[in-house]
Design a protein around this ligand. Structure first.
Ligand SMILES: [Zn+2]
Length: 323
């Protein structure tokens, strides 16, 4: 089953259906301007995991397009749920891959990235995400912060936005749509709750604050989140994303200071997420979707690493970890 949602500018949000779950990881298809030479051509923002490649190809076919009509793939950062299939799109369909220069080496040679993912997922790595085909160097289009590139006849600005990941970029289309990757957190329509996207190993709240400022200054009319969907309450969303990201980080520090074990923290993080969703009136299926996307284990690990590496003077450790 593959589905796509039409957006206001003719773009489509493709559901990768990752891990059998509806609408948690998205791929955006942006048709090129309809002059004769470009009919049937399109660009993608994010590509999802390699394990979901066939689902995305089917969704593109269902939109009446050939996967080979792809020109560029723009990835916000190199995590497997965003860029896992980038090399495959280049080798199978001839796409050029646009990525922030500093992250490019991990697409050309994914071995370190996969090794670090292996530490988190163990034997479930391939089953969960598939492999990661190395990107041929000839297909790489490395970009820098502030670059303005022509994508399918429209101007697109590259906006470095570290915080979730060191080499994270948002892409600001000239029409006002800003593809935020994970820089603006996780949210599912029609809910207003923003879940922080704080997995290990690179969470950096000071850098993230600067990124929130930059995203806020773009005068965006719509934020397009990879997890999951398009939202036009831009200022409210960004304020909520920033506020909740700090609130969760502060909560984790408080739990540790109060003598929590890591197991306590996992439970408390889950409780915190549930309480936010219940306060918003979310139904059970929505709660499950939020909890499954960047789950408590990932969030605790990411925030713990942030405190431990960036503010070791404030981080007391978990009660049970010295034993
Ligand atoms: Zn992500």
């Amino acid at each position: 089953m593959s589905t796509a949602l039409r957006l206001r500018d003719g773009a489509a949000l493709i559901d990768t259906g990752h891990a059998g779950r509806a609408e948690t990881i998205g791929v955006y298809l942006v048709p090129q301007r309809g002059d004769a030479g470009r009919a049937g051509r399109f660009d993608l923002v994010e590509v999802g995991a390699e394990v979901d490649l066939a689902t995305v190809e089917r969704a593109i076919a269902a939109l009446g397009l050939e996967p080979g009509g792809v020109e560029r793939v723009l990835v916000t950062h190199i995590h497997l749920d965003h860029a896992g299939a980038a090399g495959a799109w280049a080798s199978r369909h001839g796409a050029r891959v646009v990525v922030l220069r500093a992250g490019a080496e991990h697409l050309l040679d994914p071995s370190r990235l996969l090794k670090s993912a292996r530490r988190v997922y163990g034997d479930a790595l391939e089953r969960t995400w598939g492999g990661m085909t190395p990107l041929p160097a000839t297909s790489l289009e490395a970009v820098d912060d502030g670059d303005v590139i022509d994508v399918g006849g429209r101007q697109v600005r590259v906006v470095a936005s570290p915080g979730h990941a060191r080499h994270h970029a948002a892409f600001a289309w000239e029409g006002g749509e800003v593809y935020t990757g994970d820089a603006a957190g996780v949210r599912f329509a029609p809910w207003e709750v923003v879940r922080p996207a704080v997995p290990p190993p690179e969470v950096d709240l000071a850098a993230w604050d600067a990124s929130f400022e930059r995203l806020g200054a773009l005068d965006a009319s719509e934020l397009r989140l990879t997890h999951f969907g398009a939202f036009d309450d831009v200022a409210r969303h960004l304020a909520a994303a920033r506020e909740r990201t700090h609130a969760w980080a502060d909560a984790l520090l408080t739990w540790a200071q109060d003598g929590a074990t890591r197991a306590d923290a996992l439970r408390l993080c889950d409780d915190l997420a549930r309480a936010e969703l219940e306060a918003a009136g979310a139904d059970a299926a929505t709660v499950r979707r939020y909890l499954a996307t960047s789950d408590a284990a990932m969030s605790v690990a990411g925030l713990e690493r942030y405190w431990r590496t960036q503010h070791p003077e404030r981080w007391p450790g978990w009660k049970d970890e010295d034993a």
